[in-house]
Design a protein around this ligand. Structure first.
Ligand code: SF4
Length: 469
């Protein structure tokens, strides 16, 4: 039998290009992690290049006295005329004096890699000397892309989670900040009664940094099923990192956390629940269902819940149904977002993605395939390490209705009459859980709504004729 070229492939097609693409440097994770972990301080050990990037990428946040700083390397550091240990000690003591954090996170950069500065070796020594825990993460542009920075930090932090439940009452209370939050304002008897609402299961720890309202939201969703979240990595404070004992279940909330997942499995001996990610109502339902099935719990009322959310989204879905979306790829959320948008009725010819861990994303990829089959659309091409130049040629050919891309290409594409959405916004917006599905569509449809309003002006293509070179 011969395969005709226009036949829809039955399995997802993976390609790999040159890795010549735009993305944020992973050190950008300090921007959201210092806000999430309130008693932390992030020290990025790099050069002015890194400093310039952070200063510009973080926008107005840099005027709010952030708890991050650059340890800017000088000529003397590079040629080893100065002692790395003494220099770092001087800076960390200054941080201790001025901010007194509960943890200092060292972020290694390209330069510290190339000159082979032994941050992991220096940290324990200095930690003992100054009396503040030091976490070392190599979130550099040589090895990683954008959100993977968080992955390296969380993987390093997983080592600092306590191994067994604290004995002292006071500490027990401090560690269990989530249940404290859930039980806020309740009397003791009421708390006891709430405890009875939970089913009996092996403790579950979730990992991934999310804004506090989203953490509460997802914790409550699981509570509705009788599942108790024993803790989150990271927690609001470093001193509240969850206890992780051997045999605990862990589950990720974001697609870029594969190193953290591996560390939790291999080093902390936990059991990973491989589920699709709780992005969009379909993803959230699949995520909860998977957790329920592993914990042997019958899920309640999820179907109705999902249906009701879809109903509320109809006004947005009307705008995108039957349209096509092209992901250039820069933040690793692409597969989950594409799966949700395809469920909304869009088609997707290409999903670019910086790095694809097929094992960690297995359940998500399966859900993508299932969604495409159910919606009767062709399976997208998944292009790992994309080449932006080639992608632009493909965009020119395909003329998609929406391109999700970085700022470097957004304006040039708009000027050529192609709707674009800046991909970074998906990283900072609240997109997890049932209730935030509206926010994803608000972002995705914004350029279409705006350009529809401006259509009458007849100015959608404002580039001069192509230069003849
Ligand atoms: S890519 Fe390397 S040099 Fe550039 S900002 Fe990131 S860590 Fe610094």
């Amino acid at each position: 039998m011969t395969i005709t070229p226009n036949q829809t492939p039955s399995a997802l097609n993976f390609e790999c290009e040159t890795g010549n693409y735009h993305t944020f440097c992973p050190i950008s994770c300090v921007a959201w992690l210092y806000q999430k972990i309130e008693d932390s301080f992030f020290l990025v050990i790099g050069t002015k290049t890194c400093g310039y990037f952070l200063q510009n990428a973080m926008g107005v946040m840099i005027f709010a006295e952030p708890r991050y700083a650059m340890a800017e390397l000088e000529e003397g550091d590079i040629s080893a005329k100065l002692s790395d240990y003494e220099e770092l000690k001087r800076l960390c003591l200054q941080i201790k004096r001025d901010r007194n954090p509960s943890v200092i996170v060292w972020i290694g950069t390209c330069t510290t890699e190339i000159i082979k500065m032994d941050l992991e070796g220096l940290a324990p020594k200095l930690e003992a000397e100054i009396g503040i825990p030091i976490v070392t993460a190599r979130a550099n542009g040589l090895d990683y892309a954008f959100t993977q920075g968080e992955d390296t930090v969380l993987a390093a932090m997983a080592h600092k989670c306590p191994k067994e439940a604290p004995k002292a009452e006071a500490e027990k209370e401090e560690r269990n900040a989530i249940s404290k939050l859930m039980n806020f304002g309740k009397k003791k008897e009421e708390v006891k009664q709430t405890e009875a609402e939970y089913k009996d299961h092996t403790p579950l720890v979730l990992f991934g940094s999310l804004p506090d309202p989203v953490v509460t939201n997802l914790t409550l969703e699981l509570k509705k099923q009788g599942i108790k979240v024993a803790g989150w990595l990271p927690s609001k404070r470093f001193t509240e990192l969850p206890v992780i004992e051997e045999g605990y279940y862990t589950c990720g909330v974001n697609p870029f956390l594969s190193r953290t997942a591996t560390t939790l499995m291999r080093r902390r001996k936990t059991k990973l629940i491989g589920a699709p990610f709780p992005i969009g109502p379909d993803g959230t339902r699949a995520w909860i269902e998977k957790i329920c099935s592993v914990l042997n719990i019958e899920p309640q009322g999820l179907e109705e819940r999902e249906a009701q959310i879809w109903e509320n989204l109809e006004d947005y879905i009307k705008l995108i149904r039957g349209k096509s979306v092209f992901f250039m790829g820069d933040n690793l959320l692409e597969v989950s977002l594409a799966r949700f948008l395809i469920r909304c009725g869009m088609t997707c010819p290409e999903i670019g993605i910086p790095y694809m861990d097929k094992r960690y994303q297995k359940a998500e990829l399966e859900l993508l395939e299932k969604t495409c089959n159910e919606m009767g659309v062709a399976l997208p091409n998944i292009v790992e390490k994309p080449d932006n130049y080639n992608q632009l040629q493909r965009i020119k050919e395909l003329q998609p209705d929406l391109v999700i891309t970085g700022m470097a290409h957004a304006n040039p594409l708009e000027a050529r009459g192609i709707n674009t959405k800046w991909s970074v916004e998906f990283t900072f917006a609240q997109i997890h859980g049932f209730t935030n599905a509206r926010d994803i569509l608000e972002l995705a449809t914004r350029p279409m709504r705006r350009n529809n309003n401006l259509k009458e002006l007849g100015w959608e293509k404002l580039v001069k004729e192509e230069a003849q070179v």
